[in-house]
Design a protein around this ligand. Structure first.
Ligand code: PEP
Length: 260
C-alpha cells in the first residue's frame, strides 16, 4: 500500500524568517501525531535546509532539496552534493524539475547521473517528468514522458526495496493555474506505472509513488488523489502558504484514513 505524499517545492521564495515561521507552525501541527498518516515533505531553498531539519527533528515532517549536483565532491562552485545532503539529514531531492530544464538546460542524461548519485548516497530522488503544452497539443505526451523515463533510468537498477518517487508535472500546468483534469493526469500516471512494470517488474511498479504536480490547490487536490495511480502531489505555489499546505496535508490524511 503506497503512502500519500504531500511535497512542497518552495522554489526561490521566502526569507529566512518566513521559513522559520512556516516550519514552526507545521511542526506544531505535526507534533500532534506520533506518525503522520501521509508523508509530508518540504523542499526549501538550500540555505534553509539545516535549520528546517532542526525545526522538524522531533516530528514526522521530512526535508528535501530542490536539486543536487551530479558530482559527489570537487571544484564545482555553487553546487551542493548528495553526500552533503545526507550528512545534513536531508532525505529527498527533486531532480529534473522543469525549471531546471528550462533555465539551466538540464538534460535527461544529467538527471540520470543525479538519480544515480542520490541512490548511491541514500537520498530518495523525486524525479520530475512531463510534457510541454505544444507537445500535448501535438498528441506527443506519452512519447515525451516515455522518452524521458527511458533516458533517465537507462542504466539504473531498482531493487524491490528501493525508495523512489516520480512526479508527473505537465510543464503547461506549472505555476499557470491550469491543472490537468484528474482523468488526464491519471492516464499519464498509468502510463508511468505500466512503463515501470515493463522496465522493472510489478512489485516495483506497485511500490513507486507517482505524484502529480501542476497548479494543485486545496480545491482540486482531493479529486486528483481519488485517482488510482495518483499517490500525492508536488506542490509549488500553494505550498508557500501554511494554511494552504495544512489544508492539502489534511486532505491527504482524510483520504489515507478513509481509503480510496
Ligand atoms: C512545482 O513547482 O513543481 C509546481 C507544481 O508548481 P505549482 O504548484 O505552482 O504549479
Amino acid at each position: 500500500m503506497r503512502r500519500i505524499v504531500v511535497a512542497g517545492n518552495w522554489k526561490m521564495f521566502k526569507t529566512f524568517q518566513e521559513m522559520v515561521s512556516f516550519c514552526c507552525k507545521l511542526a506544531g501541527y505535526a507534533s500532534e501525531f506520533e506518525e503522520l498518516p501521509v508523508t509530508s515533505i518540504i523542499c526549501p531553498p538550500f540555505p534553509y535546509l539545516h535549520t528546517s531539519v532542526e525545526i522538524f527533528s522531533a516530528t514526522d515532517v521530512h526535508i528535501g532539496s530542490q536539486d543536487v549536483s551530479m558530482h559527489d565532491f570537487g571544484a564545482y562552485t555553487g553546487e551542493v552534493s548528495a553526500p552533503m545532503l545526507i550528512s545534513m539529514g536531508i532525505e529527498y531531492s527533486l531532480v529534473g524539475h522543469s525549471e531546471r530544464r528550462q533555465y539551466h538546460q538540464e538534460t535527461d542524461i544529467e538527471i540520470n547521473l543525479k538519480v544515480k548519485i542520490l541512490q548511491s548516497t541514500g537520498v530518495v530522488p523525486i524525479v520530475c517528468v512531463g510534457e510541454k503544452e505544444q507537445q500535448r497539443d501535438e498528441g506527443k505526451t506519452d512519447e515525451v514522458v516515455t522518452s524521458q523515463l527511458e533516458t533517465i533510468f537507462a542504466d539504473i537498477d531498482i531493487a524491490a526495496d528501493t525508495n523512489l518517487i516520480i512526479a508527473y508535472e505537465p510543464v503547461w500546468a506549472i505555476g499557470t493555474g491550469k491543472t490537468a483534469t484528474p482523468e488526464m493526469a491519471q492516464d499519464v500516471h498509468k502510463l508511468i506505472r505500466d512503463w515501470l512494470e515493463i522496465r522493472y517488474n510489478k512489485t516495483i511498479a506497485e511500490r513507486v509513488s507517482i505524484l502529480y504536480g501542476g497548479s494543485i490547490k486545496p480545491d482540486n487536490f482531493a479529486a486528483l488523489l481519488a485517482q488510482p495511480d495518483i499517490d500525492g502531489g508536488l506542490i509549488g505555489g500553494a505550498s508557500l502558504d501554511i494554511d494552504n499546505y495544512l489544508n492539502l496535508l489534511q486532505t491527504g490524511i482524510k483520504i489515507a484514513q478513509e481509503g480510496k
